[in-house]
Ligand binder design. Structure first.
Ligand code: HEM
Length: 180
């Protein structure tokens, strides 16, 4: 079953969700690790390239994922959730959709403004969006890490909510089983 049904996610949504979850968590771990490395560290350059290539893959996957919502509507949340739980779950989800686009786009803009090329595993280079401008690049550097940190917080909330429904509530409220 490729499309979503009224009570479960289809395979396209599941594949997109889990691919993005793994890549985004990896990007956060690598992002935090690589920025702490010494400038002379031999792995620093490779990690930056990997981070940027996988980050750009997220822009593509996020665009497909958002487009897919319009082709195949996601299932409704269970009716026996409390109003505040529905509001919180929906807000966290919408905010995450915004962040999965804004975080990588800010990284791409930062890299081009700072004059660092962005390539896809050495296969081809992405266009430099802007002329080099160190001052604006530094602003986007701050934007990128601030919203990446916000994203870590919202993701933690999203995971905590899902686990609460699975481990404490169970039954209809266990929304994780629709995504597995
Ligand atoms: C969903 C996608 C992404 C996530 C979750 C993410 C996350 C992060 C995190 C957590 C950091 C460390 C922030 C810090 O503590 O300073 C970071 C740094 C960085 N990211 Fe990303 N990133 C993403 C996409 C991108 C993209 C697409 C690019 C560029 C094409 C990029 C370029 C960079 C660079 C260059 C740094 C290092 C900045 C510095 O040296 O201060 N990121 N990212």
């Amino acid at each position: 079953m490729w499309k979503n049904s009224s009570d479960s996610y289809g395979n396209i949504s599941k594949i997109l969700h889990w691919m993005m979850a793994i890549i985004i968590i990896g990007l956060m771990i690598v992002g935090l690790y690589m920025t702490g490395l010494d400038r002379e560290d031999p792995s620093r350059r490779d990690l930056y390239h990997l981070h940027k290539a996988f980050g750009l893959m997220i822009i593509l996957l996020a665009t497909i994922r958002i487009g897919w919502i319009f082709i195949s509507r996601p299932p409704q949340l269970p009716v026996d959730l409390k109003i505040w739980e529905i509001k919180l779950a929906k807000s966290a989800k919408h905010f995450l959709y915004l962040l999965i686009l804004v975080v990588p786009v800010s990284g791409y803009v930062m890299s081009t403004l700072l004059g660092y090329p962005v390539d896809m595993f050495g296969l081809f280079e992405f266009p430099m969006l802007f002329d080099k401008n160190k001052e604006s690049g530094e602003i986007f550097r701050s934007v990128h890490w601030i919203i990446a940190y916000i994203m870590i917080g919202v993701l933690a909330l999203h995971i905590a909510g899902t686990l609460k429904h699975r481990l404490m509530d169970g039954g209809e409220k266990d929304v994780l089983k629709r995504m597995l």
